[in-house]
Structure formats: C-alpha cells, structure tokens
Design a protein around this ligand. Structure first.
Ligand SMILES: [Zn+2]
Ligand SMILES: [Zn+2]
Length: 347
C-alpha cells in the first residue's frame, strides 16, 4: 500500500486537518501520479457539509487534480513516468452499460466511482480526492495534459471546465447563437471563455453590475443586470441558450422569458431547493429546461486539448493548503476570481 499525506474532514462539522491514509498499490492498469495542484470546487464544501447527501468520512476532497506520473502498471499503454496527468470527478465506472459504451461514463447506469466521497466499483473501498500528495487511478480515467499551459490554472478545467464545455458542445452552441451565461463564478467564467471561443455572441446575466468589467475582460460581448427592469425588458426573447451556473435559488420563469422561441435553459448549478416553473413559461415559445453533469472521459480529453490549442485556462488564486478554511469562507461569499487552486507543495 502507498502511504499518502492529505487534508481530510473527519466529519461534517470539523475543519479540514492533516491526515494520512493508504492508497492501493499500482495495479497492472493503474497510473500513479504525484499531485502538484488541486482546484477547490464549490461542491467540495457542499459535500463536506453533507448538503446533498450523507458523506463518507474521513473525506479527502478535491476533483480538479493535476500532477506528474511517477509509476505505471505493466499493462499501461498511454502513460509513462514523467508525463503530466490529470483526474477530474470520476475514477471508474462499470464500462458496460449503454452510457459507458457511448463515452458517457458520467451517466453510468450502475453508478460511476466519484473521485472522492464515493466508492470504487467494488462498492466498498472509499475513494479519496486530490487534497493529497499522490493518487492511483486506472489509466482509462487519467487525462493527458499538454506542457504549454500554466498547470495550476489547468486544474479547474477538470471540473469547472468540462461542466461548461460539455453542454455547449452537446447543444452545438456557436456562431449565430446568442448565449447567456447566468452567474459569473467558477463555472460561469469558463462558460464565457468557451462560448466566446466557439463563436457565440455571449451575454453575462448578473444580479449586480460589479462584475461587468471582468465579464468584458473575459470576452463577454454584453452584460445584463437582472435587477434592472429596463435591462431585463430589453433582453426579453433574445437568447438561444441560457447556461445557468447558479447554485442559489432563482426565478426560472423570469429567465425563461429571456429565451427566444425554441430556446433552451441549461442547468449546471445545483440550487438546494427544487425550482418552480410555470408551464406557460415553457409553452409560450416551445422552450425547454435541461441539465448537464460534468462530462465523459473522451470529451474531457477533447476539452483539455481544445484548451491547450486555444490557450484557455481558468482564472485562479493560488493558495497554501493550510489556508483552505479561509478559502472556503471566501468562496461561500462569492469572493474568489474565479477559482482557488491549492499548491500541493505546501502539504
Ligand atoms: Zn467540481
Ligand atoms: Zn456504466
């Protein structure tokens, strides 16, 4: 077994603290890589606090993981020692169901293995995430990372990046489309970058004008303050797509009124309470509400390659791991532009 250093939550109330545990030895199809950077996703905090479901403790969060390969199993074909490597939200899936067979492991019908707060496919070995010094993952769930980008800023692509890339690709958002990005946080700022890169006309929808300058710097073409009635009225019936990254309660009916006929409101954020949607908001204009969750392994690789070619990374603030609690406090207040990334050399 491999002795592993980490930061863990022992239960839902205790702050993260140093912890050591054992990872499995490198099997024939496994890649072991030392973790250099790990992004801090808002879902780390939700899961530590049991916001969505009772967690598996001790919990080592982190699913935006990048590092360098130090060991590969005998049958590993696609990685060698010294390569850069990454792992996102998934470390395994059944590989047999209709979704897995179509490269949609994120929707594995038998339940995929989440990178942390989950179990391996044996259903009993807990998984531990990237707030740790090293990780062992089956090579089919390890991503290649090119050397040309700032590695710390690549880390958030593994969750925030693919979560926004996948729906934009699925709905073929691009030239000739008007895309609205609702919420400018970790997910939203990546949605703006991808939307612009795909050729869409991009508008950021935000409750205040505070982030207008930033939105334009990120490439957005327009900005609508959703608490300003005149601006909202001017935006009615204009968007082909709204990519909704907001995890707090909000009025879907108002946003649906901003869609054109046949428009699609795509949810990638997870508000705590179910939304109330009036049928009239949908049938007047044949509108849809849809959702999308992370992405499959092949698409995640496609996204990383696209980012390497087009020089796209996340905007980040690098932190020491001892400051993780402060980072969580700031993240809860929306005070981060736009992703904290832990420098794992500080572990
Ligand atoms: Zn995440
Ligand atoms: Zn499956």
């Amino acid at each position: 077994m491999i002795e592993t250093k980490a930061y863990a939550a022992q239960d839902e109330k205790t702050p993260l603290a140093p912890w050591t545990f054992e990872r499995r030895d490198v099997g024939p199809h496994d890649v072991q890589f030392d973790i250099l950077f790990c992004g801090v996703c808002h879902s780390d905090l939700h899961q530590i606090k049991n916001d969505w479901f009772p967690g598996i403790f001790p919990m080592v969060p982190g699913h935006e993981i990048v590092g360098r390969v130090i060991k590969v199993g005998d049958h590993v074909k696609n990685f060698k020692v010294g390569d850069l490597a990454g792992t996102g939200c998934l470390v395994d899936s059944c590989r047999e169901c209709e979704n897995c067979k179509q490269d949609l492991e994120q929707y594995c019908l038998k339940g995929n293995s989440q990178t942390y707060n989950g179990y391996e496919q044996d259903g009993k070995t807990p998984t531990y995430g990237g707030y740790s010094n090293t990780i062992v993952v089956n090579e089919d769930f390890v991503l290649h990372i090119k050397e040309n980008l700032d590695l710390a800023a690549v880390a958030p692509l593994l969750c925030a990046g693919i979560t926004t890339y996948s729906p934009l690709r699925h709905w073929k958002v691009g030239k000739g489309h008007k895309l609205a990005v609702l919420g400018l946080g970790g997910l939203g700022h990546m949605a703006v970058k991808f939307g612009v890169a795909f050729g869409a006309d991009v508008t950021v929808l935000s409750t205040s004008s505070k982030k207008e300058e930033d939105a334009k710097r990120l490439g957005a073409h327009h900005f609508v303050v959703t608490t300003d009635e005149a601006q909202v009225n001017a935006a009615k019936n204009t968007f082909d797509f709204i990519l909704d990254t907001v995890s707090a309660e909000h009025d879907f009916n108002m946003y649906l009124s901003l869609l054109r006929t046949n428009g699609v409101h795509i949810c990638v954020g997870v508000p705590p309470k179910p939304a109330e949607i009036a049928a009239f908001s949908l049938l007047g204009g044949r509108k849809s509400v849809a959702g999308s969750g992370i992405g499959g392994i092949a698409e995640t690789q496609e996204m990383l390659d696209f980012c390497a070619e087009n020089n796209i990374v996340s905007d980040i603030e690098k932190i020491d791991i001892k400051d993780i609690q402060t980072a969580y406090d700031r993240m809860e207040k929306g005070d981060v532009r736009y992703r904290f990334v832990i420098d794992m050399a500080t572990l």
